[in-house]
Design a binder for this molecule. Structure first.
Ligand code: 26W
Length: 777
């Protein structure tokens, strides 16, 4: 073994003594986490430094992202180092169960899919020895914590994730850079997080910027006893990285957000220019030969004008700077939802970053000279997606269908001019966290069958296919049952709800948004409930419906949907007439760590957005790899999941993109409501007092049947897809009764999951976009 676990244990004990004056046995979870983290950081430091040195003169790639949803690092770091089991054993011998670290907070510096993807990519790049570093922001408060009140409403509270410390980063004050705004200059202080590769010595870096003031204290104000003024500058600087914006898929033009984005962009590029200069000298005309920079959506798009500004400051002219920028950047789009596309009012932008506006205007002028039909600035508004397409080498979507929609629709005019820029990179997930770590039982079963460490090479999974027999299915079913028992314990403890592990576990976990159609799922559950009650559905296999989702705090309809689901859950769970058939639980504070419990226990994966709305989805991939079948539409990566695993092993329903496009104009939701009695009865529960109702529920009801000023009725086609959804859901339910044939479908999903490793995705980025090579030192 590469790492001496006994040493790490001894260092942990020493740290505990030294910092907290406690023994291993007396330490709290948080104290143990701090000390163990520091011991591991010490153990890896040589490899980390060697990895950096080895790359100094090589071509490298940088991922700039406003979000990294890294979750809890302690287990995954020990896992990737290959020492998790050994450390568990050593601690156990001393009477300490490492499971207490489950109390340690997640680092939720991201909202959902986009942030978690960034974290999976870093894991994969490190594991594949690819020279990729991450740049991001170190928010003092991550994504809010969620609980439900007696009404079933979402309540938010601050996520002070680092209040006990943060053993997984080093503050590197000597690499601090300054970022200027018209009214103040702030320090961006880097915190470096090691990204530990799996099955390799390689360790990459995630550098997170934290804003601080140049002057922590105005001493004159303090002496005048004006304590508030004494701290004004400090607070103003720290405000910038105080909190992660909790919006997902809706865009809000906020001053502070501009500041966040500019700090991220400016600090990261200043840092790159510093390392460039050190390795290659002051001739920046070769910058793009050594640095490839990926923009994770448009949140870091100010990097484009900022690089131009910095190059011009070094004496390069505008045209050449623009050309360097265009060869340096590539842009990934993560959504086609209009309301999520960033577009800044120029006056607002100018009041915060005036020089950036001047450069955007120059770029826009040049674009309009070359291509009069295209624009970045229109109606005094800068469209950041257009800027990102224009000044990029490549533009990519995140699943085949999504990349096609970018060419056909969102960027149609751009595709006509720059067809060679457009690519697809279907998302993936790291099989270490999402299989090895969260499902060691299944991982062990697979390892035993295919004989090698497939987590380094997920393509080997397909070797399972010809081996699937009844024995293997039975073994898989037993493991699934075990994972359900484990989840039941977690849910009993956290939610106070008892689930039966013999039930089907039907899971929908993702951010709450109208387009994700959690309401469609809820309506189908109410319908099933009524059918069981009136005796018209007799062969229903007992099912627990599990939801996990956070709503943006200001998103009224999403919050109304949460309340509705909690209320129907209460009604159903309290009705003894269905106790042996139905349970509904909406777990509180769904996050990475909760996902690691829920996903391995799922039988059915709900991926039910209307076709053409979900760019890719990545939860669908995690659930597939853990042997859940997909109950879903032909949307996002579901399309590719079906292609890999076979239609006969998934439950696909609903209209396709083409069918929706054809139906859109003449769609009349109320017509379906009027003729479908069961659906009508379910929808009516929003307003008829079956469960407690309120104005927001009535508004939701009206949004389905009458629409609102900004959308036609049933914008996301719940009613249109309802019949086919219900039919397919019930077919899956009936099929489950044959445990062997259902288990075989699950296993075929696992055996077909290779494509959805983020190792595959990141290698494609490396080869087809960044042009970087794996390096061994
Ligand atoms: C500016 C407000 C805002 C914040 C976040 C707008 C848009 C976003 C993201 C684009 C939302 C997001 O996370 N998109 C998701 O990205 C995943 C990774 O590519 C995809 O799998 C999901 O389908 C997509 O919704």
């Amino acid at each position: 073994m590469k790492y001496n676990c006994l040493n790490i244990l001894r260092w942990t004990e020493a740290q505990l003594k030294y910092t907290y004056d406690v023994s291993l046995q007396e330490a709290t979870a948080q104290e143990l986490h701090e000390a163990l983290g520091q011991a591991v950081m010490m153990a890896i430091s040589d490899h980390w430094n060697d990895s950096k040195r080895a790359r100094m003169h090589e071509r490298k790639a940088y991922y700039i992202s406003a979000e990294y949803l890294i979750g809890r690092l302690v287990y995954s770091n020990l896992y990737n180092l290959g020492i998790l089991d050994e450390m568990k054993k050593l601690f156990a011998e001393r009477g300490v169960d490492l499971a207490i670290l489950e109390d340690v907070e997640d680092a939720a510096l991201g909202n959902g899919g986009l942030g978690r993807l960034a974290a999976c990519f870093l894991d994969s790049a490190a594991s594949c020895n690819l020279p990729l570093s991450g740049y991001g922001l170190r928010y003092r408060f991550g994504l809010f914590k969620q609980s439900f009140d007696a009404n079933g409403s979402q309540c938010e509270s601050a996520d002070d994730w680092s209040k006990y410390g943060d053993p997984w980063s080093y503050r590197r004050y000597n690499h601090t850079v300054k970022v200027k705004f018209p009214d103040h200059t702030v320090l961006a202080v880097p915190y470096d997080v090691p990204i530990i590769g799996y099955g390799t010595d390689n360790i990459n870096t995630l550098r997170l910027w934290q804003c601080e003031a140049e002057e922590e204290l105005d001493f004159n104000a303090f002496n005048d006893q004006d304590y508030l003024r004494a701290l004004t500058q400090k607070n103003k600087a720290e405000d910038i990285t105080r909190v992660l914006y909790p919006n997902d898929s809706t865009w809000e033009g906020k001053r502070l957000r501009i500041k966040q984005q500019y700090v991220l962009s400016s600090a990261s590029l200043q840092d790159m220019m510093r390392t460039y200069k050190k390795a290659h000298g002051e001739d920046y005309s070769h910058f793009a030969d050594f640095y490839a920079v990926q923009l994770n959506d448009t949140h870091p798009a100010m990097s484009i004008p900022e690089l131009i500004r910095l190059l011009m400051q070094e004496g390069m002219d505008f045209e050449q700077s623009l050309s360097v920028a265009q060869r340096t950047f590539s842009y990934t789009n993560h959504t086609v939802m209009g309301e999520a596309l960033e577009k800044w009012d120029l006056d607002l932008l100018r009041s915060v970053v005036p020089e950036i506006v001047d450069i955007i205007l120059r770029i826009d002028e040049k674009l309009k000279r070359e291509h009069p039909g295209l624009f970045i600035v229109r109606d005094n508004t800068a469209h950041m997606a257009n800027l990102s397409v224009y000044v990029s080498t490549y533009v990519n979507g995140v699943a085949e269908i999504h990349s096609q929609i970018l060419k056909d629709d969102l960027f149609k005019d751009w595709y006509a001019v720059y067809p060679e820029r457009f690519q697809n990179k279907t998302n993936g997930v790291t099989p270490r966290r999402w299989l090895g770590l969260c499902n060691p039982e299944l991982t062990q079963m697979i390892k035993y069958r295919i004989g090698t460490d497939f987590l380094k090479d997920l393509d080997r999974l397909s070797k399972l296919k010809p081996m699937i027999d009844d024995d293997m299915v039975r073994q898989f079913n037993a493991i699934k049952r075990q994972k359900k028992e484990q989840l039941c314990k977690v849910i009993a403890q956290k939610e106070g709800i008892t689930l039966n592990p013999d039930f089907i576990f039907d899971v929908q976990v993702k951010r709450l948004h109208e387009y994700k159609r959690q309401l469609l799922n809820a309506l189908s559950i109410v319908d099933i409930y009524f059918r069981i009650k009136d005796g018209s559905l007799t062969d229903f296999y007992p099912t627990a419906f599990i939801f996990g989702a956070k709503s943006a705090p200001g998103y009224g309809r999403a919050k109304a949907i949460i309340r509705y689901i909690n209320r129907i859950a209460k009604m159903i769970n309290n009705d003894p007439a269905v106790a042996d058939k139905l349970k509904v639980v909406f777990v509180q504070n769904y996050n990475c760590s909760y996902a690691e419990h829920i996903i391995p226990a799922a039988d059915i994966s709900e991926q039910i957005s209307p076709a053409g709305t979900e760019a890719s989805g990545t939860g669908n991939m995690k659930l597939m790899l853990n042997g859940a079948v997909t109950l879903g539409t032909m949307d996002g990566a579901n399309v590719e999941i079906v292609r890999e695993a076979g239609l006969e092993n998934e439950y696909i329903f609903g209209h396709t993109v083409e069918q929706l496009n054809a139906a859109r104009d003449s769609y009349y939701a109320r017509g379906i409501y009027d003729i479908n009695d069961r659906l009508r009865k379910a929808i009516n529960t929003l307003v008829d007092g079956t469960v407690p109702t309120d104005d927001a529920q009535r508004e939701l009801y009206a949004s389905l049947l009458d629409g609102a000023s900004w959308h036609k009725a049933d914008h996301y086609f719940l009613l249109l897809d309802y019949a086919s959804y219900m039919e397919t859901k019930l077919r899956a339910n009936r099929d489950y009764a044959d445990h062997l044939s259902f288990g075989r479908k699950c296993l075929l999903n696992i055996a077909s999951g290779a494509k959805f490793s983020s190792d595959r995705t990141i290698r494609q980025y490396a080869r087809e976009i960044w042009h970087i090579e794996p390096t061994q030192y």
